[in-house]
Design a protein. Structure first.
Length: 417
């Protein structure tokens, strides 16, 4: 698309973060701007679990926006993150999704790098029989693989390209650090990994995760089974600058559920699913943390989710692929202390939640539907006025889009829109 360089990429409508111009979901120039100002900008990005790199020299491949990353544990046990790109011509140094390495050797011309990114050697660097090769002025120290700033917390690994962004714990805020320790602060085991192709811009998915308004409506099953209703005791926390959010609820404390029936919501129509499940194991839960909080969804700007939905535990990352496509990467986990029955039940709940189940299938579908609806009208805008125009949580209720507006507050700060 040819654009006038003097024209701004977007003219944000009146109304601040209560209006989201459709063009930000569809324009390739805006997508490229996001890569620079968000994903290579002042944010902390989730890369993976320490449990994925349990031993010295193990690695797993990750993605920070469009940039391929190697998350590894070096020979001394230190967790590191390097750009997965040879300093010669840019070939990815590793291409199998996980494995073990002692050094990084490019398949193209065999340039070789240590696990801290420093260049060790190049094939034929002194030429052959004194001819050819790299010039004497070539300094290997100038050709290291870029290493990222890394922060490890309770088995989760975050990284950033930014030297300026505040420390991780300040970036998210103390309640968020506490919930990470609560859900991840004991030896974890990986139960499974899966990916879901989303036919929508990445921001439509993160908006969906931050939107408690839809959870018991689109996901009729949740409301029908009284697993997640906005009438349950719960709330929202917004984190540093309001860019992040935690939504939590207590399953055992529902009161006033009749609003679902009075307002004639689809999820009140219990006939849609019959009168209950024959296999109760999918909805029977146990209290993992002894605090009665049966659901927490924690998001970090821009694209990380830590999920405790009853006993279904997972981390999710939304990887942007293009303006119109994203990849949702899930890692389901449990604890080393789990009984075989608990581990099996976590997996069963994960299947109910995942792309072949009832929740994520619906979230993926709705993102694709919205993208289809907006693609032709970049000048129009979404309306986000549930709960007013602010980003502060409203005590005692989750009937608000404040946390979605919080995402857009971070988005506008990073992109300058
Ligand atoms: S591109 Fe890696 S050695 Fe040439
Ligand atoms: Fe959802």
């Amino acid at each position: 698309m040819l654009t006038d360089p003097k024209e701004p990429l977007v003219r944000w409508p009146e109304g601040g973060v209560t209006r989201i111009p459709y063009v930000v979901y569809t324009d390739p120039a805006i997508y490229a701007h996001e890569q620079k100002t968000i994903f290579r900008g002042p944010i902390w990005h989730f890369l993976g679990l320490e449990a994925q790199i349990p031993t010295p020299n193990s690695y797993v491949l990750a993605q920070m926006g469009d940039t391929p990353i190697i998350l590894l544990r070096d020979g001394e046990g230190t967790v590191r993150a390097l750009v997965n790109r040879c300093a010669h011509k840019g070939t990815p140094l590793l291409y199998h999704p996980y494995g073990n390495v002692e050094q990084l050797m490019c398949i193209y011309h065999n340039w070789c790098f240590a696990l801290d990114g420093t260049m060790i050697s190049a094939a034929f660097e002194r030429g052959v029989r004194g001819k050819g090769g790299l010039p004497p002025s070539f300094n290997k120290a100038d050709h290291s693989i870029p290493a990222l700033r890394v922060h490890v917390i309770s088995g989760l690994v975050f990284a950033t390209f930014s030297a300026e962004v505040m420390d991780f714990e300040d970036y998210v805020g103390p309640e968020f650090v506490a919930n990470i320790h609560r859900v991840c602060g004991r030896p974890m085991t990986i139960l499974g990994e899966y990916q879901q192709k989303l036919h929508c811009n990445w921001k439509l998915y993160i908006e969906n995760v931050k939107d408690p308004y839809h959870a018991s409506i689109l996901h009729a099953f949740n409301g029908v089974m009284k697993m997640d209703r906005l009438t349950m005791e719960g709330g929202i926390m917004k984190g540093t600058r309001g860019w992040h959010h935690i939504s939590y609820s207590k399953m055992t404390q529902e009161s006033g559920g009749e609003v679902y029936e009075q307002d004639n919501l689809r999820s009140a129509d219990i006939a849609a699913y019959g009168f209950g499940l024959r296999d109760r194991s999918i909805t029977d839960v146990w209290d993992d943390y002894g605090d009665g909080v049966s659901m927490t969804i924690q998001t970090h700007f821009p694209n990380f989710v830590l999920q405790q939905l009853r006993n279904c535990l997972a981390v999710r990352t939304i990887v942007p692929v293009s303006p119109t496509e994203s990849r949702l990467v899930w890692i389901a986990f449990g604890y080393e202390s789990d009984t075989p029955e608990h581990a099996a039940n976590r997996l069963k709940q994960a299947n109910m939640m995942g792309p072949s189940g009832l929740i994520s299938m619906e979230d993926g579908m709705i993102g694709g539907m919205v993208h289809h609806g907006i693609a032709g009208d970049p000048d129009k805008a979404a309306v986000l006025e549930m709960g007013g125009s602010g980003i502060d949580p409203i005590p005692g209720t989750r009937v608000s889009e404040g946390s979605v507006r919080g995402f857009w507050t971070g988005y506008r700060a990073c992109t300058g829109f």
